[in-house]
Design a protein around this ligand. Structure first.
Ligand SMILES: [Zn+2]
Length: 72
């Protein structure tokens, strides 16, 4: 069973580019080669649990439906 890992981010991976986001905020995209290239890994700060960290940081993109809020 896989559990969420809240300890890793893309901070310091070396492939992150800062871009403008809405409301004057900044977002971070990681352009490390691989499945998650170009994915947003944080807004204003690096989010601790994004399934899109690059492989360098142990990221592993899983099917997006697994991350949706469960609807009742
Ligand atoms: Zn990265």
């Amino acid at each position: 069973m896989t559990r969420a890992d809240y300890t890793r981010t893309c901070a310091g991976c070396g492939s992150v580019v800062t871009e403008d986001w809405v409301n004057g905020q900044k977002c971070f995209r990681c352009y490390a080669p691989g499945q998650t290239c170009g994915y947003i890994v944080g807004i204003e700060r690096f989010l601790p649990y994004v399934p899109a960290w690059c492989p360098k940081m142990g990221g592993c993109l899983r099917p997006p439906e697994r991350y949706e809020v469960q609807k009742t």
